[in-house]
Ligand binder design. Structure first.
Ligand code: SF4
Length: 561
């Protein structure tokens, strides 16, 4: 079994990762590893990422080996749903204390496994390593092996202590645990030419169930979903699938790619968000299955289902057009969602005044331009103040975003709808897009907005805190417009990397001073993208923009002297 550091190096060098494919041979050799610094795991540690990725396996007991706070931090922080077993939502932890830190926590872990098997008899136990036992040297691999043998039950070590890196790394280490200990260890009762794996789908708010009826109708069998509403036995026999779809590319690309290498299961990256994408994903699955021996008539059946579902979805969505006439949407999300919902919103007659592209790839941005035109307003890094101003000045009638931005909309007394992972509604598939439009309608026309916008009886016109805030913004904007030096200072002060606190000016200076041409080079000189890595795309854009204002810092200093 590979050591933890070798496994980490391996997942960082993942050839299926788009970022790796753009690296030079030298950079590939170096990998993406860098000593993690305080703050680097802000937004979730590796353990958290591993737990998020695996907890949706519903017949498994998830045992956190560590102090109780680690379990408290990670328990059920996504709204995944189960169609059966409930054991996955029970909180299990070894609750290490000071004595365990002195004498070691391995015995405690073994006893916890015994107690879980005796009281709950789950299909398997997943044991998550955390920082404290990793630092005191608890060997969870050895304990899990001993417990498996003793209790005749799979006890799977998930070796992703928080200090090794951020949440994304934890997702991939969870995938490595499946590849090392689970996938390929059991055989399915039977196989069919229509067996598929869905990888990186977590069944948030039960959204997989909005697509599964189409699979059932087409005779496609989801042999294993990793991990939404998943079962241990299904994951263990996932190696017999004929094709795979990878739904959330960042989370588990290593699982899809290694299953292709080991078992010859071809995969593609797809999405069930948006009408067009759902159709494309069904087509691609059919194509891969036919290539691997499924009857060619599957293609026609898929096309028929697509035609029927698209017609239904567009008819339902277009019914909202009269109500949405003239209404404008600000879409603050990321990745594929930045464009995959745009078509549905446009079909419903909503006007998109902007969509964020902070986490979007180059391809995502191209799709946005296709849908919204070359002048599409792509928001790279809008500050909360700018968002507030945009909403308050009614440049948008509703904001769709994740929970973190909700208070900006609420302060601006503007309708807001959660479309990220904590949402309570399922937006996947054809019916999901219709649901999204219905929820927008309910939010936009909720009478509460009129109520909260009414001035308080004691408020005087122009003297509310909102009026004062807007007046302050305008004064600041006027000051910058009148003073180009200040405006340039403000531009340079814009943050690029929030984890490491690196500004746009620092990144530009480093590029000019050291003649940098790669994200890794910028990371080495400034630390930008050394945390969660989300700003790497922004750095690529700064590098691409190239000819920004100014000369190398040294040259500027000499000139000034
Ligand atoms: S694993 Fe480490 S970083 Fe993560 S919650 Fe536990 S103590 Fe904190």
């Amino acid at each position: 079994m590979a050591s933890l550091s070798a496994t980490i190096q391996d997942v960082f060098n993942e050839p299926g990762c788009a970022r790796n494919t753009h690296k030079s041979a030298n950079e590939k050799k170096k990998g993406c590893t860098k000593q993690l610094q305080p703050g680097g795991a802000a937004g979730g540690c590796a353990f958290d990422g591993a737990k998020i990725a695996l907890q949706p396996f519903t017949d498994v007991a998830h045992l956190v080996h560590g102090p109780i706070a680690c379990e408290g931090n990670s328990w059920d922080n996504r709204g995944a749903a189960s169609s059966g077993p409930a054991i996955w939502r029970t909180s299990f932890t070894t609750d290490l204390n000071e004595t365990d830190v002195v004498f070691g926590g391995e015995k405690r872990l073994f006893k916890a496994c015994k107690e879980i098997v005796e009281k709950y008899d789950p299909a398997a136990i997943f044991v998550y390593q955390t920082c404290v036992p990793a630092m005191i040297g608890d060997d969870i691999n050895a304990v899990c092996k001993a417990a498996s043998e003793k209790f005749g039950k799979p006890v799977i070590p998930v070796n992703a202590p928080g200090f090794v890196g951020p949440k994304n790394l934890g997702n991939k280490l969870a995938g490595e645990a499946l590849l090392d200990h689970v996938i390929g260890t059991m055989e399915p009762e039977y196989t069919t030419p229509y067996d598929v794996n869905i990888i990186g789908e977590f069944n948030l708010s039960g959204e997989l169930w909005q697509v599964k009826p189409l699979f059932d109708e087409l005779g496609l069998r989801i042999l294993s979903c990793i991990s939404g509403d998943g079962r241990y036995q299904e994951a263990a026999s996932a190696h017999r699938a004929r094709a795979a779809m990878m739904v959330c590319s960042k989370a588990m690309i290593n699982v899809a790619r290694k299953m292709e290498d080991r078992y010859g299961i071809p995969y593609f990256e797809g999405s069930f968000y948006g009408v067009q994408d759902t159709s494309d994903s069904l087509r691609e699955l059919a194509r891969l299955l036919i290539e691997r021996g499924a009857p060619a008539e599957l293609r026609d059946r898929v096309e028929k289902v697509i035609a029927r579902e698209e017609a239904r979805a567009w008819a339902a969505i277009s019914a909202y057009r009269p109500r949405f006439k003239g209404k404008k949407v600000l879409l603050i999300t990321g990745g594929v969602k930045s464009w995959s919902v745009v078509a549905a919103l446009q079909e419903a007659g909503l006007e998109l005044v902007g969509t964020s592209v902070k986490k979007s790839t180059r391809e995502d941005k191209e799709r946005i331009k296709e849908l919204m035109g070359q002048d599409a307003h792509m928001i790279k890094d809008m500050t909360p103040r700018e968002m507030y101003k945009m909403l308050k000045e009614a440049k948008a009638d509703i904001m769709l975003s994740g929970g973190r931005s909700q208070f900006i909309a609420l302060k601006a007394t503007m309708p807001w709808l959660d479309i990220n992972q904590e949402r309570h509604h399922a937006y996947m598939g054809y019916v999901g897009m219709v649901k999204l439009v219905q929820e927008i309608d309910k939010t936009l026309f909720n009478p509460v907005w009129q109520e909260v916008r009414r001035p308080a009886p004691w408020a005087r016109a122009g003297d509310t805190w909102q009026d004062k805030a807007l007046a302050q913004f305008e004064a600041e904007a006027a000051e910058l417009a009148a003073d180009p030096v200040k405006a340039e200072e403000a531009r340079r002060a814009r943050p690029v990397c929030l984890c490491k606190g690196v500004s746009l000016g620092s990144v530009e200076d480093a590029i000019l001073d050291f003649g940098l041409t790669t994200v890794d080079g910028v990371k080495e000189k400034t630390d930008a993208s050394g945390g969660c890595g989300a700003c790497a795309i922004r750095i690529e854009e700064i590098l691409e923009a190239g000819a920004f204002v100014g000369q190398p810092t040294q040259a500027r200093n000499i000139a000034a002297e």
